[in-house]
Design a protein around this ligand. Structure first.
Ligand code: IMP
Ligand code: MG
Length: 177
């Protein structure tokens, strides 16, 4: 397979502005409360680092790692927790921070698992959303950008472990030669 960056979908400055808006919204909604932010590794790491610094709240960081894709671009629908949070979330206000909602499988599973631990509340914040790709009904409470059905890289998102450090969100094209 030959990979090629086809185009820039969302420029760095636009991502930055939207992150700020999301942070303002979250800061308003959770005013005066402590929030446990769960970063879903590795894709959400860049978004998480930007988002948390814009929040005007008392926050705690947690990190989880779940398996979704192998090396390809199509979700298997299978989800496994590879790394769990290090502190119980019972009675806490929790926000799951994710890079993208695609089929919805990863987050609907994860949210269900975390709800069983009896947090005070649980919401999902994602920088990107591909609603046309849903296999399960799922909606994030804080969504940065709805994007078309294209495979994107950059701003934390990877293809086969690569391109996470790109500043813009770009569309990746894969061809046979
Ligand atoms: P879902 O379970 O299908 O919603 O998949 C969610 C995960 O798939 C995300 O956390 C990403 O890691 C990955 N993913 C989905 N679409 C893309 C994409 O366009 N580029 C890179 N990773 C993606
Ligand atoms: Mg991911």
């Amino acid at each position: 397979m030959v990979e090629r960056i086809k185009k820039v979908l969302i420029k760095e400055a636009d991502v930055k502005a939207r992150v700020k808006q999301l942070a303002e919204e979250i800061s308003r909604d959770y005013k005066g409360q402590t929030v446990v932010l769960i970063c879903i590794l590795s894709g959400a790491s860049v978004f998480f680092a930007d988002l948390v610094r814009e929040l005007d709240l008392d926050v705690r960081f947690e990190f989880m790692s779940v398996s979704s894709y192998g090396g390809g671009t199509v979700s298997s629908g299978e989800v496994k927790i590879l790394k769990d949070v290090s502190y119980p979330i019972v009675g806490k206000h929790v926000i799951i921070v994710e890079d993208i909602i695609d089929s919805g499988c990863t987050l609907s599973y994860l949210k269900r698992v975390l709800e069983q631990r009896n947090p005070a509340s649980i919401k999902v914040c994602t920088i990107l959303d591909k609603p046309s790709r849903r296999k399960v009904d799922f909606k994030g409470e804080y969504v940065g950008f709805e994007i078309p059905d294209e495979f994107v890289i950059g701003y934390g998102l990877d293809y086969d472990g690569k391109y996470r450090n790109l500043k813009d969100v770009c569309v990746l094209e894969l061809s046979e030669e």
